[in-house]
Structure formats: structure tokens, C-alpha cells
Design a protein around this ligand. Structure first.
Ligand SMILES: Cc1cc2nc3c(=O)[nH]c(=O)nc-3n(C[C@H](O)[C@H](O)[C@H](O)COP(=O)(O)OP(=O)(O)OC[C@H]3O[C@@H](n4cnc5c(N)ncnc54)[C@H](O)[C@@H]3O)c2cc1C
Length: 392
């Protein structure tokens, strides 16, 4: 049984955290809000915002200061993600997926790997993501077919990954492969590699999506792609499934924080609109039907926030938190879907127009129910942990 290194990290000083969140808010108001509609509608990768995010240190947000990162605890990081997501969720994916790759190296990598890769990840000089999913294997990760065959001091990799965030703009990925395709159980034959782009590693088309615009999702194609054996994370074969799913706890807290942002942002838009629009001689906010909607939305957003920060705090204490992260991810993503739909209804016909922002929240929210483990799986993870803790 492999034990995961602790994720414990001290809370940030309250004044320092407030100053950091204030600087993020100023950036969002000044740089993000004016461009979001254009970038979302035309599906444009936001090069200028990415450079600004690198300057602010966001590509090293959760990487420890020893390697040039900000070393933020998950609680502070989740507050940043929730706030940015309340204005434009998709851009958080550009650094979230990258930081999951970095977390795999920081938690499970060798000292040499940490020294070599983490400073470049933290500065944003090398950006990337996590490449697990294949055309035939999403939820059932152990069904992946990508192989890595040892050849002298190298591995030779063949296969296809799909739906990979930052696939086109990113240059390096934590890549889940089979080093022993015949292993039983299947997870024992899986390994995680640090895979920078190079000969044999090409990118397919950028996918057209319902939402989550501005960030590139793509196929990654590997044909006799060769990397040094030193890129095997942790240096020992057979630990990749555990390393990849170990990183998903932080990934799920991130997705939950995005859900919180979408739920709160939808509430903000609905609250404003309900006090501007009038029917039957009064503001629609004064109609009981709209108040019932708002009451539900406020409650859902608050509950999502509390569950998410409960999970993040457990992560920062270094505790096992797959149940807490699962509950937060499930509830906050469903809250995002419900709040964005309700806010759209409150906007009436205008909610269906691209001139108003709420339609973006509606399109973006449903992804939160799918990514980092579907909500069907989250409920099963929660139930299994619950039953284990409550035997008769
Ligand atoms: C925009 C976007 C970005 C993404 N980014 C990344 C990325 O950066 N890296 C990456 O690796 N992947 C990424 N993904 C892939 C994503 O993680 C998968 O889509 C997800 O894990 C689901 O896998 P699947 O699509 O193959 O669905 P399937 O696994 O085929 O599931 C289909 C349905 O069956 C349900 N289901 C499956 N198995 C079970 C079971 N055992 N019990 C109950 N229900 C079950 C699922 O919950 C779902 O409802 C991304 C996907 C999208 C849409």
C-alpha cells in the first residue's frame, strides 16, 4: 500500500490573504470583465490575460515557495478560483489543470524532478495540464491503452489522449500510460510521466464545445514519442493510477470552487436584474415567485461555499478528504447548474440572448458536473466512504 505524502499547509495570515484577494479582484474588474464576452463568444484564447496571470504568480499558486511558487494553502487558492469564476470560469482552467500536473510532480516526484520542473511550472514558462482521458477510457481510467515501453534509458510512447485542457497552448503534460498492459489488477501496470511536447507528440483539432470557451480542449497524439526514463514520476513503475487519482482531491476542490463562483456569479446577475426589471408596476424582485427563486439561490450558493471550504481546510490539515472533496464537487457543481438556470429564468427572454452574460454561466456550469470525476461517481465515492465508516 502506497501512502500519499501529506498535503498539510498552514493557513495564510488573514491580512495577507485579504490583500491578495483584493489584488485579484482589481485585476478581474480591470482586465477580465471588459474582454470576457468577446473572448467567450469568439472562443479566443486570452493571450494577454495568460501573461498577466503568469506575472501574478497564478501558475505557481499552489507550488511551494521552495520551487518559486506562492505556496498557497488550498483554502486561499479556492477563494481565488471562486472569485475569478464568478466573472469568467473558463480562464481558471488554464492554471487549474496546470497546477494539478505540478501537484503530481511536487507530491510524488523525485528530488531531481522537482528541482528540474517545478520552477519552470511556477513561472509559467512551461504550462500544461493533466492527460488521463482516452477515447475509450474516461471514468474507467484503468482501461487506457496508451503504452510506454522501456528502451534503454528512454520510454517509447504510443496512443491517443482526448479532451485534454490546454492541449494546444500547453507544452507539457502529466501523462498516464500503461507500462505493463498485462498487469492484474490493471492499475498496477499504470505510470505517470512528465511529457513535454517534442518529436512524435502532436496535437489534433481544438474541440468545438457548448461552453468553456477561450480554453483549448484537444486530442494529443503520440507516435513513437520518446522521453527519458528520468521523466517517470517518482522513478518507480506501477504507481501512476494512484498518483493521478491522488491529485484529483485537489482537482475536485478546484472544480467545487469554480462551481461556487458560477453559483455566486449567477446570483449576482439575477439580483441586479430583478431590481431593474419591472412588471405589473413593480420590480420583479418584489414578486413572491422571484423571491422564492432568490431565496433558493442564496442558500445553495452559501451551502456550496461552506462545503468547499470545509474540504479545502481538511486538505490543508493533511487529512484524507476524498469524501469531503466529493461532496463539495458534487454539491457545488449542481448548485452552479441550478443557480445559472434559475438566474436565466429570472432574466426572462433576455436570459436567452447573447447580449446578457447569464447564458455563459448556463453553458459553463454543466461541465462542472462532468470534469474531475462525474457527479455520478462522486456520489458513489461519498456513499462508499460513508458505508465504510458506518458498518452495522
Ligand atoms: C471540456 C472538457 C475538458 C476536459 N479536460 C480534461 C483534461 O484536462 N484531462 C483529462 O484527462 N480529461 C479531461 N476531460 C475528460 C473528462 O475527465 C471525462 O469526460 C470524464 O472523466 C468522463 O469520462 P467520459 O467522457 O469518457 O464518460 P464515460 O466514462 O463514458 O461516462 C458516461 C456516463 O456514464 C457514467 N458512468 C460511467 N461509469 C460509471 C460507473 N461505474 N457507475 C456509474 N456511472 C458511470 C458517467 O458518470 C457518465 O454519466 C475533459 C472533458 C471535457 C468535456
Amino acid at each position: 500500500m502506497i501512502t500519499a505524502p501529506s498535503t498539510a499547509r498552514p493557513e495564510m495570515d488573514a491580512d495577507e490573504e485579504a490583500a491578495l484577494l483584493d489584488s485579484i479582484d482589481r485585476w478581474v474588474q480591470k482586465e477580465v470583465r471588459p474582454v470576457v464576452m468577446h473572448h467567450d463568444h469568439d472562443d479566443i484564447w486570452p493571450a494577454e490575460l495568460v501573461a498577466q496571470m503568469a506575472d501574478m504568480g497564478l501558475f505557481g499558486a499552489t507550488i511551494s515557495a521552495d520551487y518559486g511558487g506562492l505556496g498557497l494553502p488550498a483554502t486561499t487558492y479556492a477563494k481565488i478560483v471562486a472569485h475569478i469564476s464568478s466573472y469568467w470560469m473558463a480562464i481558471t482552467g488554464i492554471f487549474n489543470s496546470h497546477l494539478i500536473m505540478a501537484a503530481a510532480v511536487e507530491r510524488f516526484g523525485t528530488q531531481d524532478q522537482k528541482r528540474e520542473w517545478l520552477p519552470k511550472f511556477a513561472s509559467g514558462d512551461i504550462r500544461g495540464g493533466l492527460a488521463l482521458t482516452e477515447p475509450n477510457a474516461g471514468t474507467d481510467l484503468q482501461a487506457i491503452r496508451m503504452t510506454a515501453v522501456r528502451d534503454g534509458d528512454d520510454y517509447v510512447i504510443n496512443g491517443t489522449k482526448t479532451w485534454i485542457s490546454n492541449g494546444i497552448e500547453g507544452s507539457c503534460f502529466a501523462l498516464l500510460v500503461k507500462t505493463d498492459p498485462k498487469a492484474s489488477p490493471r492499475y498496477k501496470g499504470m505510470s505517470l510521466m512528465i511529457a513535454p511536447k517534442g518529436p512524435g507528440f502532436t496535437t489534433g483539432q481544438k474541440f468545438e464545445k457548448l461552453g468553456y470557451k477561450g480554453i483549448d480542449s484537444a486530442e494529443l497524439l503520440f507516435e513513437d514519442y520518446r522521453i527519458p526514463a528520468a521523466n517517470l514520476i517518482g522513478g518507480i513503475e506501477g504507481q501512476g493510477f494512484f498518483q493521478a487519482t491522488g491529485g484529483l482531491e485537489l482537482g475536485r476542490i478546484n472544480v467545487a470552487a469554480r462551481g461556487v463562483g458560477l453559483a455566486e456569479g449567477s446570483l449576482r446577475l439575477a439580483t441586479e436584474y430583478a431590481q431593474l426589471r419591472e412588471t405589473m408596476g413593480k420590480k420583479i424582485a418584489d414578486h413572491q415567485a422571484i423571491q422564492l427563486y432568490l431565496g433558493e439561490m442564496v442558500t445553495r450558493a452559501r451551502a456550496a461555499r461552506l462545503l468547499t471550504f470545509d474540504a479545502a481546510a481538511a486538505y490543508d490539515r493533511g487529512e484524507r478528504c476524498d469524501m469531503e472533496a466529493g461532496m463539495a464537487k458534487y454539491f457545488a457543481s449542481e448548485a452552479a447548474v441550478k443557480n445559472s438556470e434559475t438566474a436565466l429564468r429570472i432574466h426572462g427572454g433576455y436570459g436567452y440572448s447573447k447580449e446578457y452574460e447569464i447564458e455563459r454561466y448556463y453553458r459553463d456550469s454543466i461541465l462542472m458536473c462532468i470534469g474531475e470525476g462525474t457527479n455520478e461517481m462522486q456520489r458513489m465515492i461519498v456513499a462508499k466512504q460513508w458505508l465504510k465508516a458506518n458498518p452495522i
